[in-house]
Design a protein around this ligand. Sequence first.
Ligand code: O2Y
Ligand code: MN
Length: 594
Amino acid sequence: MTDHAKLKAWVDDMAQLCQPDEVVWLDGSEQERKKLEDEAVTTGELLRLNEEKLPGCFYHRTDPKDVARVENLTFICTSKEEDAGPTNNWMKPSEGYAKASEIFKDSMKGRTMYVIPFSMGPVGSSFSKIGVQLTDSIYVCLSMRIMTRMGQTVLDALGSDGEFTKCLHGKADLNPERRLILHFPEDNAIWSVGSGYGGNALLGKKCLSLRIASWLAKQEGWLAEHMLILGLEKDGKTRYITAAFPSACGKTNLAMLIPPEGLKHKGYKITTVGDDIAWLRQGPDGRLWAVNPENGFFGVAPGTNSKSNPNALATAQKNTIFTNVVFDTEHKTVWWEDGEGEAPKQALDWLGRPWKEGITYEDGKPVKGAHPNSRFTSPISQCPAASNKIDDPKGVPIDAMIFGGRRARLAPLVYETLSWDHGVYAAATVASERTAAQYGKQGEVRRDPMAMLPFCGYNMGDYFAHWIKMGKKTPKPPKIFHVNWFRRDKDNKFLWPGFGENLRVLEWVIERCEGKGEAEETPIGFVPKKGALDMTGLDLPEGTMEQVLEVNPEEWKAELEDHKKFFEKFGSKLPKELREQLTALEERLAAVPA
Ligand code: O2Y
Ligand code: MN
C-alpha cells in the first residue's frame, strides 16, 4: 500500500500503544465500503435503513454523554503557552502526550485499528493537505469516506516521504472524564480520545482543517477559515462569496439557498462549493482563491426541511449516515423535529427509547425525539446545488467575504466595511449566542472573531495580525461585509425573514463589488440606501426596512466599550491596525450630530 517508512513506523508505534487485535489499512474501494458497513451492522454500530426509501443510508446513535464538540476538553499543546493564546485551552505537549497515552494505552484490545489516509482538498491540489487517521470506530471510517477524499489515491499522492498530519483517534471507554481532544501543531499531530462524535472524532474536519490548518496557514501565508463558499450565478457568470458565521447560524442553508419567488425572474442560481470550511490562497491574478477542503456535509438535522433547505434534504436521500435522529421502526426511516412529514407512529428516540410525538417529561416539557445536535453526513456531490468547481484544484476566485453573528439589536442587516483593515476589525468583533453545537450554556452571548473562536489553532492576536498581513500582500483582496439576519423588533420578533430572501442581500453585495449598488455612508460602513435592495415580491410591514438597516450611534458607542474590553485580552499581540480601526470608528461615531 505504501513505502512511506515514517508513516509505517508511526502506525506501528501507535499500535504498540493501543494494542489493537488487528491493524487494517483502508484503500477506499467499494468492496471495502460494503465490508465495513456489513461489519458495523453486525455489531450494531450502524442500522441499515430502508433500501427503497433511503438507499445506502445508515442510522447511528452515539453514547448519550457524547453528543457534541467539547470545548472544555479541547487543547492546543504548544511549547509556549503564549502560542495558544488567551482564547484556547493550553497544555504542554509532554503533558498532553502523557495524559492521553494513559487513556489510549491498551484501549484497542479486542478491537481493530483502521488506518485512513485522507486528503483535505482535491487530491494533488496545491491547496490540499494530507492526513492519516487511526481509529477504532467503523462509524468514523465510513464518515471519513464521506467527508474526505480517502484511500490508496491519497497514499500514492503522499509518496515515500510526503508530509502528513498524524491523527490518532480512539473511543476508549467513552467516559467524558477520560476524554481529550489534543492538537500538537509543532508536531503536525492530533490525538483525540474518549469520544466517537462528529467534530471530536472526524479529525479531518475542525481539528485538521481549522485548528492545525490555521497554524500551517500562518507559517505558509494563506488562510484556513470557518467559511462557506457559494457561487452566485447569473447570465452565465458566477461570482463567488465566502461567509463566516458562528455555529448554527444557518451556514448550510445559506450555502445552498434557493432564490425567492420574487427574484426568480432575474435567473439567479446559487451553487455550493462548501458549507463550513474554506482554505484561501493568493492566485496568480492577485486575488484570493478558495477551496473547500471537505467532500461532504455534516449538517444539523433538526430544522432541515423542504422550506428551510430543500437542497440539503435532497442531498440526504441516499448514501447518508444519520446520527442521533428519530428512528422509525416501522418503515426503517428517520425523522427529526422541524423536518419533513408527520412524526412516525412507531419510533425510537435518539436514546433508543420508545418515542411518540407529544410525550412529555414529568414537568410537562416535550420529549424531543432527535437530539438538537443530531446530524446527517452526506456527500457534497449529491447536492442538487453542488458547484461544478468542487473538485477544481485551483479553487474559485473570491469577490466578497461576509461575516455575521446572531444579534437581536445593533447590527444592521448588512454593511460594507470601508477597507480590508476595517473588515478585519468588523470580523474580529463579531458576536453571537451559544448554540446546541457547543458544550455549555445555551443563549449566552459571546464574541466569536471570524467565527473561529473554538477553531483557531494559535494565539488569536497573532491570527488578527496574520489577517492584516494577508490584506497587505494581496493586490486584489475581496471586499468585506457584515450581515445580521437575526435583528429583532421591540416585541422580540425577527425583522428579516431570512432563508431564500437573503439572496436580496447577496445581490447587493455583488453589486457593490461591481461598483454598483446604492449605499449610504454611516460611521460603521456603507449601508444600502432606501430602495437599493430589490424587494420585489417581499412585502414587509411599513418601517421594517428602516429598522433592520438602522445604525444607532449611541448603541454603537456602548458596543465599542465592549470591543475595547475584548481586545484587552490580547495585550501586546493585538495588531496596531485594529487599535487604529477602533479609534477611527470611535471618532466617526463622535462626529455624528446628537
Ligand atoms: O458538534 C459537533 O461535533 C459538530 S459541530 C459542527 C458540525 C458541522 C459544521 N460546523 C460545526 C460547528 O460547530 O461549527
Ligand atoms: Mn462549523
